[in-house]
Design a protein. Structure first.
Length: 115
């Protein structure tokens, strides 16, 4: 299983980016899809999670600004990031996991938010 994350880049504060995570297999087999981020000098942190049924959860720092979604037919997950802040600067990673299945990570995509 391979995951490729796309969509990172440089954006000004207040701007938006949409990250995509494309899997090499049908992601329906993985109940959970997560997005994490790791800022320089900090630990990796969970940003958002979505289940196959569409239930979502978010870190407090991104609630109301980020939206996670998934399209199982396209084997793709998304993270829509609006009203970005310099504190959102990090490498963003996607992950899939499921009950009784291994966990797989994508390679990361860099998001840089300038003030």
């Amino acid at each position: 299983v391979q995951l490729q994350a796309f969509g990172g880049g440089l954006v000004q504060a207040g701007g938006s980016l949409r990250l995509a995570c494309v899997a090499s297999v049908n992601i329906f087999r993985f109940h959970y899809m997560d997005w994490y981020r790791q800022a320089p000098g900090k630990q990796r942190e969970l940003v958002a999670t979505i289940t196959n049924s569409g239930s979502t959860s978010y870190a407090d720092s991104v609630k109301g600004r980020f939206t996670i979604s998934r399209d199982n037919n396209q084997n793709t997950g998304y993270l829509q990031m609006d009203n970005l802040e310099p504190e959102d600067t990090a490498v963003y990673y996607c992950k899939v996991r499921g009950m009784g299945r291994p966990t797989y990570w994508g390679q990361g995509t860099l998001v840089t938010v300038s003030s």
